[in-house]
Each structure stands twice: as C-alpha cells, then as structure tokens.
Design a protein around this ligand. Sequence first.
Ligand SMILES: [Zn+2]
Ligand SMILES: [Zn+2]
Ligand SMILES: [Zn+2]
Length: 146
Amino acid sequence: MTHAKTTYQFEDLLDKHQLKKTAPRLRVLSMMYSKNTATSQPDLESVMHDIDRVTLYRILNVFEEKGIIHKVFDLNGTANYAICHSNCGAHKHHDEHVHFNCTNCKNVYCLNELTLPALNLPGGFKAEGFTLYASGLCSKCSKKAN
Ligand SMILES: [Zn+2]
Ligand SMILES: [Zn+2]
Ligand SMILES: [Zn+2]
C-alpha cells in the first residue's frame, strides 16, 4: 500500500505547516512530488479540471509562503513551481541551486546537487538569495539528439 503511505506523508507535511488537509492541496502535493521537473499553474489546470483557477492559485501561493515550494521561471517567463528540498521555512527560502531550462522539452529542472558559489559582493551589498539559470538540453533530450 505505497499509495496510502504517501498520502499520509503529505498529510503530515500539511500538518507540519499548520495547513488544513484539503483534498485539492493533497492532490497538488502528490502531483508535484511525482514529477522531477517544475510545474506551472497551466500544467496543474490541465490535469485537475475540477479544481478552479483561484483555488489553485491560492494553494500555490500558500505553499510558497510556507516554504514547501519555490518559484522558478521558464524560458518564456512563465512561473513554475518546484518542491523545496532545502530547509525552507515560512518566508525563508534557501533554494540556491542551479535551475536548468531545457530548450527542447521546455521543462525546468532543479539541480539540487549543484550549489551556487559564494558571491563576492561589493561592500554594503547583502544578498538574501540569488538564482542561477542554465539553459540547453536536458539529459533526456540530449540522449534523443544523439
Ligand atoms: Zn524553498
Ligand atoms: Zn528536455
Ligand atoms: Zn529549484
């Protein structure tokens, strides 16, 4: 019963962030965890016809606020959301990893294992976070191209 176990884990996650365990929230979580790429709101809308736009928008917003997901932009400037693997918390994200935009399949990947180098900022500048985007072919698409 692996399915029951994951649902339980998602309920746990919502509990941890003091969020009510609603069915739409659980479904959004399970869909986002099942993918290895970031998900945009239109992606979610296309598979969850019964959840309206406003509800989805609110879910994504509250998840981002709580440090469950973070925003990444794709090559078209569309906001995508990815699960946080770092120790993110409410209003404190630590997603300093490389984001990879595939120019072929348009997927956005979090390269969690690549941490960003420390920035040598000019005196007086204090960074609270920064993002590095890379673009090109993802591993799936580069395999196909060969
Ligand atoms: Zn985060
Ligand atoms: Zn690709
Ligand atoms: Zn990321």
